[in-house]
Design a protein around this ligand. Structure first.
Ligand code: SF4
Ligand code: SF4
Length: 503
């Protein structure tokens, strides 16, 4: 896309293409569509349709590199009926075809004054900025009078500051305004009160060039469904979770690069490609480690094939072979499947905790004594809150003396039995501490934990206990001060509530 803004060395590109096509390890399937995907990292079974032909392929990993689309924003600027308004893409087409035409100026007609509008209908971005600045330079060099109205100039990409300076030197006038100027519906006049000149400025452009909005590729929704991966709110193929950056998706072995995951320049896309190669290597190495690490197992005799685990696994580690099968290689041991299985058919083996269900409760065996401090079990996600807790101890933060810290693979692992068992064995209160929303490594593990805590609070109320005895909080790994504050708050509340009568 945007060949005018991001020219490629065509000769070099052709050589690279030819070289790639000769590699025996690569197969090109132009026009093929992905229509099915089973399996996990290291062993994906892909179904592809190419015309009438149906292909079954096996692949170790999947890298998504789809393009994005751009749509003009005439309506947002009230210029749907203006005959002199064109989209940035249209201008780029004109500039590109000018180069190949004898009579270069024919398409731009007799336009003398050309105005650009950018950043008022949507947030700016470096890709659009480069396209605009390159177009301005091309027009300036041909002697057009150019101006740009913009709210923000996003120049955070290589060479954009210099490009903007060159455009200024060549004659472009930059109006940086907080609000969109007044534009007559026929596009004949643009008027604004200039904060620098301290007077009204009117121009009468022959041509108005409008910014565009980027949309994800038209296939994204379908691909996300087939690959069972989450998208961001705009529909790009990577959700907004810090654990996924730069190129991972929520499914191990599926990567998204460039415009597949957001608005990217070609330079960023090339970095993404390199990052995908690195991430792939890392994941294949982790496969080897996983052979001896954390895993979940299904007891087939108990499983009623309700498929809750299959739908829920945030890492795409469960496939369907008539019944759910957990890939011991792709499983991250988060335990979400086990906590939600209605048949209690799944167990998670963990290298650090033999059985996370009882590790907290087994350490609560002190006899009830009114003089002792309240006993608090804090189930801490080891991706965030556990680190915060360890930092709180390391920095000698003020912590309750009756606090028992239990690290769990994900806060979403906690289920009713674990909580009730802890209460029965003597805990006065329970804290479930997970990652912030949107930053959970298991995508929705913290949301489950929050919901679970709420439900368990209601159960406690039903048996005559205060729901204050169980709380869910979110933390980042560096929030040791907050860890101290949450646990102290809980302690104060438990002092007020008194000992747990169930213990
Ligand atoms: S959630 Fe449990 S019962 Fe349902 S399919 Fe998975 S293992 Fe079987
Ligand atoms: S433990 Fe987590 S990653 Fe493993 S199968 Fe269950 S939900 Fe998926």
């Amino acid at each position: 896309m945007f060949g005018h803004a991001f020219p490629v060395n065509e000769e070099g590109q052709n050589d690279a293409d030819a070289e790639l096509r000769q590699r025996e390890s690569l197969r090109f399937l132009p026009g093929a569509r992905l229509t099915g995907c089973r399996g996990t990292l290291g062993n994906f079974k892909l179904r592809l349709e190419s015309g009438e032909e149906i292909l079954e392929e096996t692949a170790g990993a999947v890298v998504l590199a789809c393009e994005m689309r751009s749509v003009p924003l005439f309506a947002s600027y009230g210029l749907s009926g203006a005959r002199n308004a064109i989209s940035l893409s249209r201008l780029e087409e004109m500039l590109t075809s000018q180069k190949s035409e004898e009579n270069g100026a024919s398409l731009l007609g007799r336009a003398e004054q050309i105005a650009f509008l950018s950043g008022f209908a949507r947030e700016g971005d470096p890709v659009s900025q480069r396209r605009i600045l390159n177009s301005l330079r091309a027009l300036d060099e041909q002697g057009y009078r150019t101006s740009i109205y913009t709210r923000d100039l996003k120049v955070a990409d290589d060479g954009l500051v210099e490009l903007a300076k060159t455009d200024r030197q060549l004659g472009t006038i930059f109006f940086k305004l907080d609000e969109c100027p007044d534009i007559s519906p026929d596009g004949g006049e643009i008027r604004h009160n200039d904060p620098v000149l301290e007077r009204e400025v009117r121009i009468h452009p022959d041509l108005i060039v409008l910014e565009e909005r980027f949309l994800p590729g038209p296939e994204n929704e379908r691909l996300a469904r087939i690959l069972n991966i989450t998208t961001n709110e705009d529909g790009f193929l990577q959700d907004e979770n810090i654990h996924r950056l730069p190129v991972r998706t929520n499914r191990m072995g599926v990567f998204a690069v460039g415009a597949a995951r957001g608005i990217m320049t070609p330079g960023q896309t090339r970095s993404d490609a390199a990052n995908a190669a690195l991430a792939l290597q890392e994941e294949f190495q982790s496969l080897q480690r996983n052979l001896f690490g954390t895993r979940a197992f299904i007891d087939e005799d108990k499983c009623c094939v309700c498929l809750t685990c299959y739908r829920l696994c945030p890492h795409g580690a469960i496939s369907l072979e008539q019944r759910p099968v957990i890939s011991s290689l792709a499983c991250q041991g988060c335990g979400l499947c086990a906590s939600q299985c209605p048949q209690e058919a799944i167990s998670v083996l963990d290298s650090r905790l033999e059985d996370i269900g009882h590790s907290g409760s087994e350490r609560i065996h002190a006899p009830k004594n009114a003089g002792q401090p309240p006993r608090i079990v804090a189930y801490c996600c080891r991706n965030s809150a556990y680190e915060a807790g360890m930092a709180a101890y390391a920095f000698n933060r003020d912590l309750p003396s009756g606090l028992i810290v239990v690290d769990v693979p994900c806060a979403g692992t906690i289920n009713r039995d674990m909580i009730l068992s802890s209460l029965k064995k003597g805990a006065d209160g329970l804290l479930i501490l997970g990652c912030h929303f949107g930053a959970c490594k298991s995508t929705w593990g913290n949301a489950f934990a929050c919901h679970q805590s709420d439900r368990l609070g209601s159960i406690l109320e039903e048996v005559g206990l205060s729901r204050e005895r169980i709380r869910f909080r979110t933390l980042a790994e560096n929030m040791d001060a907050e860890f101290s504050a949450f646990t102290r708050e809980m302690e104060e509340s438990l002092v007020h509530l008194g000992r747990n009568p169930l213990a």
